[in-house]
Design a protein around this ligand. Structure first.
Ligand code: GLA
Length: 417
């Protein structure tokens, strides 16, 4: 069933998996603003199976949307105030739409504010709005809770103001909120999968053309996500630095090969030809991106053939390249990969997302999940000196919207009040 502007409305999924959180979000909206929300939006987190730090180099990525979501209950106001409340962080912000500035003391609020800012910058007129936000994507774990919040906010503003934006517009606006308002010069992967994700499928995205394809996930295998709990203060500046280093490498390579405008276009042979003209750092960054793009395409072939051993070894190669060439891994992520790879039932393991801490994933035979969890519980803390939060990820759908006026939501309010 399609909602306004083609967004999926899957009541079975929403009511089956998220019912308690949804009910609670609506109830809290009601308590805060003394009225019912007009819209309810859910947007998923993601795990990237392979293709890391390739998106802003206009290469390939292969993420899946997961069954963890941000939920936003939203309603219009008659003034120009934007009232934001986060249930999970127990914080509120109230600001005029005509005075949106980056708030370093309430980072969470920058995602919805950033989207409103970009919409206004593009000339869209917005009413004031109330947004009550909650979710179950671990924050800062590299599972893209921020993109889910941006995309969810974009969908909420789109519907509240009848903007009729297309899915691709919503993706691009959410992405611009991150680069131009939040200040992380990221690629488009996270916002893209948060909208376009499809249950049981990975999404192959060409970040240059924005063409995409769904790849069916094989059965008999599980994706275990492990949050190392490591959060790096400097992750944002280190991320932006990597992007700068890639841009510098492109500038150098283009002196020799004039048509080149992104690392996506550089072949391994070209890189070796110009190696002497690049700094060691530029060479290593480019080497990772070029080989990683190749791994994504090989990985897609492997998934299509249900060849898990090949896909798993590409995951491991990706991790080693991120560790040695892109230098965004950390001790805890490396320990996780080393321990997980000891299990004969694990096909592959790697860090996922930007790195510098956050989460790692591994692909394991379905019947060996318990023994893997036991292995990690006994080995990881001894070697890493800290515990690990593990969970079994299921794939999920992209963002969905419900109009509470025409759905079952008012009944929930009636039941719970
Ligand atoms: C973060 C960014 C993405 C991507 C990944 C690394 O999640 O938001 O755009 O660059 O890091 O692959």
């Amino acid at each position: 069933m399609n909602g306004k502007h083609g967004l999926k409305v899957d009541h079975h999924y929403i009511f089956g998996k998220m019912i308690e959180l949804i009910k609670d979000t609506i109830q809290r909206y009601h308590n805060l603003f003394s009225t019912n929300p007009e819209y309810l939006v859910i947007a998923p987190g993601r795990v990237n199976l392979i293709g890391e730090h390739t998106d802003y180099n206009l290469g390939y990525v292969l993420p899946v949307a997961i069954d963890r979501n941000v939920i936003i209950a939203a309603g219009n106001r008659h003034d120009d105030m934007l009232n934001l409340h986060t249930v999970d962080l127990q914080a509120s912000i109230s600001t005029s739409l005509s005075n949106l500035t980056n708030d370093t003391a309430a980072l969470w609020s920058n995602y919805p504010m950033g989207v409103a800012y970009i919409l206004r910058k593009k000339g869209y007129r917005l009413h004031g709005a109330n947004l009550c936000i909650r979710g179950n994507i671990p924050i800062g774990a590299g599972l893209s809770s921020s993109a889910a919040l941006e995309v969810g906010s974009a969908i909420a503003f789109n519907n509240l103001n009848g903007l009729n934006l297309s899915l691709i517009d919503l993706i691009k606006i959410s992405h611009e909120a991150e680069t131009d308002f939040v200040g992380v010069h990221c690629g488009i992967m996270d916002q893209f999968i948060a909208i376009m994700g499809k249950h049981r499928h990975a999404l192959l995205l060409d970040c240059q053309s924005l063409k995409y394809d769904y790849i069916l996930c094989p059965t008999g295998v599980k994706l275990v996500v492990c949050d190392t709990g490591v959060r790096r203060e400097l992750a944002r500046s280190a991320y932006n630095k990597r992007q700068e280093e890639c841009n510098e490498a492109v500038r150098q390579i283009a002196k020799e090969f004039r048509d080149i405008s992104s690392l996506r276009e550089v072949t391994s042979e070209q890189l070796e030809t110009v190696k002497k003209k690049l700094s060691a750092i530029q060479y290593k960054r480019a080497k990772h991106v070029i080989t990683e793009n190749g791994r994504v395409l090989k990985g897609v072939d492997a998934l299509r053939e249900c060849n898990l051993p090949v896909f798993g070894s590409l995951m491991l190669e990706s991790h080693l390249s991120l560790r040695d060439y892109y230098e965004v891994s950390c001790r805890e992520l490396n320990v996780f990969v080393e321990v997980a790879m000891k299990s004969e039932s694990v096909y592959g393991a790697r860090m996922t997302g930007a790195g510098f801490g956050g989460s790692a994933i591994c692909l394991v035979a379905e019947d060996a999940v318990d023994s893997l969890v036991d292995l990690l519980r006994s080995e990881y803390p001894k070697r890493a000196g800290r515990s690990l939060t593990m969970y079994l990820a299921s794939t999920g759908d992209g963002a969905a919207i419900i109009n509470p006026k025409v759905s079952l939501i008012p009944k929930i309010i009636a039941e719970s009040s």
